[in-house]
Design a protein around this ligand. Structure first.
Ligand SMILES: Nc1ncnc2c1ncn2[C@@H]1O[C@H](COP(=O)(O)OP(=O)(O)OP(=O)(O)O)[C@@H](O)[C@H]1O
Ligand SMILES: [Mg+2]
Length: 266
């Protein structure tokens, strides 16, 4: 990777293979060392999962990449530019949905575009497209308290998709749904990765989910958090996804990850 200076004097790389790069990220919360020297590369147009036990720093890393949280030291590069805060090239799907309780589904989904000053008819046309893509047609005028947890997660996903950021940061986006809905979401996510030309960074607790949806899995170990292993289940992707959960290669990867993680699960 070669380095140049951008017009703003920030180091800009000519790395076109990776949409996001984190270098030597450290994050301390007081005496708690949440992340230590975390360096990772996220291939453009692919889905990378962050997998690891509770409290290992997954949300912290995602918020640092989003620019919502400042690292104690280290840097994040997005599309060749160092970040110093949130930006329109990144959208976040929060662990707890973060919907506006007083706004309808339509207004929630279109909110990012409203903040950018896009005219109402234009932003509602885009929002409608993604409301339909996540299966919520007919609920445009409902309010968050009238929806199930899974439906709220779909609203958060539609909102993140509608701002057309090239990098999607998803913090356990399927954690509040039942098993069947979760499987449907996972299938839909694979479709999005194939069709949307975005880079996905996806946090999950589920080994099976990570192996099913990912091009690359970074396994994080806690205290302080570090990357213990990178696994690339991409070889599975050419295969028929409807049979993937019975595929010997899939099962091998799931076992291998469980072997790495089991000693960290109390
Ligand atoms: N605002 C904060 N103040 C103090 N400590 C924090 C704060 N946020 C996170 N931590 C600590 O940093 C560590 C990493 O937290 P983080 O939320 O990033 O973990 P996580 O991997 O996302 O966990 P989970 O899987 O439970 O969501 C934990 O030890 C947590 O207690
Ligand atoms: Mg978390």
């Amino acid at each position: 990777m070669s380095q140049t200076k951008s017009a703003f004097g920030q180091a800009a790389s000519l790395d076109t293979e990776h949409a996001v790069i984190t270098r030597n990220i450290c994050k301390n919360y007081g005496a708690v060392e949440a992340l230590k020297d975390l360096s990772l590369e996220f291939p453009r147009g692919q889905l990378t999962s962050l997998l690891g036990p509770s409290g290992c720093g997954k949300t912290t890393l995602l918020k640092i990449i989003a620019g919502l949280l400042e690292p104690t030291s280290g840097e994040v590069e997005v599309n060749g530019r160092l970040i110093n805060g949130p930006g329109p090239n990144r959208a976040f799907v929060f662990q707890d949905f973060a919907l506006l309780p007083w706004a309808s589904v339509m207004r929630n989904v279109a909110f990012g575009l409203e903040l950018r000053g896009m005219p109402k008819s234009e932003r509602e046309a885009i929002a409608e497209n993604y409301i339909s893509a996540v299966g919520l047609s007919g609920f445009e005028n409902s309010y968050p308290h009238e929806l199930s947890g899974g439906m709220r997660q779909r609203v958060g996903l539609a909102r993140a998709l509608s701002v057309d950021a090239k990098v999607l940061l998803m913090d356990e986006p399927f954690s509040a749904v039942d098993e069947q809905t979760r499987r449907k979401f996972q299938e839909d996510l694979l479709g999005l990765v194939q069709n949307e030309n975005k880079t996905f960074i996806f946090v999950t607790h589920s080994i099976e989910e990570a192996v099913y949806v990912s091009d690359q899995i970074a396994i994080l170990l806690p205290r302080p958090s570090r990357v213990s292993e990178i696994i690339r289940p991409r070889a599975l992707h050419g295969k028929d996804v409807s049979n993937i959960r019975r595929d010997p290669e899939y099962l091998d990867i799931v076992d291998q990850i469980w072997a790495s993680l089991r000693s960290y699960v109390e």
